[in-house]
Design a protein around this ligand. Structure first.
Ligand SMILES: [Zn+2]
Length: 92
């Protein structure tokens, strides 16, 4: 995959491909307000955590594939959690 970590990190921040998800199973929180009830795993945790969900295009302009990188993959590449990047964005 020809995506550098720096580029990916920049993309993440620029486009805000971070969602609030269930800390247990990573499902996106579709609920209203700040409370979470996860239909996926039944988690009633009061707060969500920031998770990555990034679409990455790999290949030539006319011949490419789109991959979705989920939280675990992004963390493996960037070595920072979505939550840490979110905090940095807030502090900047
Ligand atoms: Zn869940």
């Amino acid at each position: 995959m020809c995506v550098t970590v720096a580029t990916l990190s920049k993309l993440l921040v620029a486009n805000g491909w971070i969602y609030d998800g269930c800390p247990k199973c990573n499902k996106k929180d579709d609920g209203e307000g700040s409370s979470l009830f996860c239909v996926e795993c039944g988690n009633k945790s009061a707060s969500t955590v920031a998770k990555f969900c990034v679409d990455v295009r790999v290949g030539q302009p006319n011949e490419y594939a789109i991959f979705t990188l989920w939280d675990r993959e992004c963390y493996a590449l960037i070595k920072e959690t979505a939550d840490e990047i979110k905090q940095k964005m807030i502090n900047e």
